[in-house]
Design a protein around this ligand. Structure first.
Ligand code: NAD
Ligand code: ZN
Length: 375
């Protein structure tokens, strides 16, 4: 019991009164190939009236595709195409909120994010910032949001991040890359239609899929592990192995990776990620390296922390003939390297999960530098 209580408190700063973390979960989920066509029926009862639109935030990779035609936009609804070229920023969220407020007198009936982690995170953040005052950057952290977000729906079109189930939306702000972690962040509705992931390139499929695999490895090998996280993490890991090392059909592979992502996200809800994520945050902050590929770039050199995980990762890379870019850190100035290291070491709960309470004696800036230099 004591262990659990400690775990509940140390993971992430939460309200002092909370002995055990009390998590909200996604209350409604639809699953199945073709389920996207049910979206209109799902949204109908959530429409406040014809002047309160549904706003669809859609990855612009779908521009000109039939998916846009299938979006059930009626009345004054708006479809906003957004590039996922860069990861979401707080100023981008503020600009979207302003645009929506300037354009409509009424608060929208809902926000629907359609895309990968980037679009899902944007949708969550915009839904929160439509009811909370000020700038999005003021809410980066834990439990700083006090007003309920507007109704928001997540529809992933690439699988792996777990952003569809998570209680956070990761944003790059003026000072830090940090999530808005709150009880109001999770989606009110998620729609899982594996067919939507059909157009993803092999490389991107692998990078985002490995985000899920690495969530499992870091959660299952962490000191915060508990039966709750383990049950989801093991299932997710089995699915990842089937997808990346087994011989299954493309249909099955899409279905299984979508569910692996879901379970992987649930697994880290009650534990934490680890070394790869901490170091990938550094890469993302200083060089703008994206989450999925950043995790892979780091993870390949983490065999001393995750020997079995890295061995399987190598097998997966070979099987799918993935070649990671090299020389990413070779032109870094000393200052940039120092920043990268301090951003990574600043992720304290991740290190504590990975290496235990005495993590500071087990890792050093020099050690991180030597790993970054290989990348
Ligand atoms: P992404 O959303 O950045 O998209 C990656 C690429 O895939 C983009 O070029 C996009 O246009 C393309 N794409 C998406 N769906 C496609 C489709 N069906 N067909 C063709 N191309 C498609 O990728 P991601 O890896 O899913 O998300 C990364 C983001 O997720 C990062 O910003 C990261 O911080 C965030 N993230 C959030 C959480 C969370 O819990 N909130 C967890 C992990 C990562
Ligand atoms: Zn991740």
């Amino acid at each position: 019991m004591e262990v659990n209580k400690e775990l509940a408190l140390k993971n992430i700063p939460t309200k002092a009164s909370e002995q055990y973390r009390n998590f909200p979960m996604v209350p409604r989920v639809v699953y199945g190939n073709g389920s996207f066509d049910q979206l209109g029926d799902i949204l109908m009862p959530k429409r406040k009236h014809s002047e309160a639109p549904m706003i669809f935030l859609v990855d612009d990779v779908f521009e000109g595709t039939e998916l846009l035609q299938r979006i059930p936009a009626i009345f004054s609804d708006q479809i906003i195409l957004i590039s996922a070229e860069e990861e979401p920023k707080t100023i981008q969220v503020d600009a979207l909120v302003k645009r929506i407020k300037d354009h409509f007198e009424e608060t929208p009936s809902g926000i629907i994010g359609i895309g990968g982690g980037t679009l899902l995170d944007l949708a969550k953040a915009v839904a929160i910032m439509l009811t909370n005052t000020g700038d999005a950057s003021a809410y980066q952290g834990w439990d700083l949001v006090h007003k309920q977000a507007i109704y928001h729906v997540g529809i992933p079109t690439i699988s792996g991040t777990g952003a569809e189930v998570s209680r956070t939306t990761v944003l790059l702000g003026p000072e830090k890359k940090l999530g808005i972690n709150s009880d109001y962040t999770p989606f009110d509705q998620v729609l899982l239609d594996p067919e939507l992931t059909k157009g993803v390139s092999k490389e991107q499929w692998f990078y985002t899929g490995m985000d899920c695999y690495i969530h499992c490895i870091e959660s299952l090998n962490g000191t915060f592990l508990n039966a709750f996280s383990q049950s989801y993490g093991e299932k997710s890991l089995d699915l990842c192995k089937e997808v990346f090392l087994g011989n299954i059909s493309a249909d099955e592979s899409r279905e299984k990776l979508m569910m692996a992502s879901w379970h992987g996200g649930m697994s880290i809800a009650y534990s934490q990620v680890g070394v790869a994520h901490a170091m990938s945050y550094g890469l993302g902050y200083v060089l703008g390296v994206k989450h999925g590929i950043g995790n892979c770039l780091v993870f390949q050199y983490l065999d001393e922390f995750y020997p079995e995980g890295v061995r399987l990762f190598d097998e997966m890379m070979k099987k799918h003939q993935i070649e990671l870019p090299t020389g990413i850190c070779k032109d870094l100035t000393n200052d940039q390297m120092d920043t990268m290291i301090s951003v990574a070491l600043g992720m304290e709960p991740l290190w504590e999960n990975a290496l235990g309470k005495k993590w500071k004696s087990k890792i050093s800036p020099e050690k991180l530098k030597s790993i970054y230099q290989k990348i």
